[in-house]
Write a protein that binds this ligand. Structure first.
Ligand code: DX5
Ligand code: ZN
Length: 214
């Protein structure tokens, strides 16, 4: 299982140390939540932070853009050191073009769907994307309750990607912990994003180990 701690739940006063801690504990990705106060009702950080953290970590930088007009920003995040950039289908007028343009930068492209968004919106780009992120909370904040109703969508997506010749990762994000992750994994997810479960623990190594073992 690929474990992606979400920096959103870390103490922002000691980010460098906290990134080092999750890396040491065996995390695979660092999930970076970018919020603009428009697409979601919260504001986090921009490309500068990604750029500043980049030299201090070998983790795969997994940038989740929860912004309007993502086309105006993804190149900045790529230059800052992102390895994967995920855009929301709800924020893209020309999703196919956006995915192509991200991949042209030589990095991986993901598409994210809010809990209420059906899979039909990504049907015709599934062949192009490297990862699909299914939100298991409404995006905007860490520490929210996992939405069980998304699980059939994970199962359906798993069936669809199994028919493809190439690998498409399935990421779940929101409310992931030791109680909710097993169901998501059984449904077909192979990348687990976890914010409060990881950074809320006394020792980040424990939750990371629990998720890795699933
Ligand atoms: C929510 C973000 C998540 C968030 C998850 O909008 O996309 O990545 O940090 O936090 P938890 O794991 O606490 O739900
Ligand atoms: Zn996220």
């Amino acid at each position: 299982m690929i474990v992606a701690p979400s920096l959103l739940s870390a103490d922002f006063a000691t980010l460098k140390q906290q990134v080092a801690a999750v890396e040491k504990a065996g995390a695979d990705y660092l999930h970076l939540d970018i919020m603009d106060g428009h697409f979601v009702p919260n504001i986090t950080f921009g490309a500068q932070l990604v750029r500043d953290l980049r030299p201090h970590s070998k983790l795969i930088f997994d940038v989740h853009l929860m912004v309007e007009h993502p086309d105006e920003y993804f190149a900045d995040f790529c230059r800052a050191g992102a390895d994967i950039i995920t855009v929301h289908v709800e924020a893209c007028n020309h999703l196919h073009r956006t995915v192509q343009n991200i991949k042209q930068l030589g990095i991986k492209a993901g598409v994210a769907l809010n809990p209420a968004t059906p899979l039909s919106g990504i049907h015709y780009v599934l062949d192009e994307v490297d990862m699909v992120l299914l939100m298991t909370v409404n995006p905007g904040f860490g520490g929210q309750k996992f939405i069980d109703a998304v699980m059939p969508k994970v199962e359906r997506l798993k069936q669809l990607t199994a028919n493809l010749e190439r690998n498409v990762d399935i990421q779940v994000d929101g409310g992931i912990n030791e109680n909710t992750a097993p169901g998501a994994v059984a449904a077909g997810a192979n990348i687990l994003v976890a914010g409060s479960f990881v950074f809320g623990a006394e020792e980040v190594s424990k939750p990371i180990e629990i998720l890795r073992q699933l």
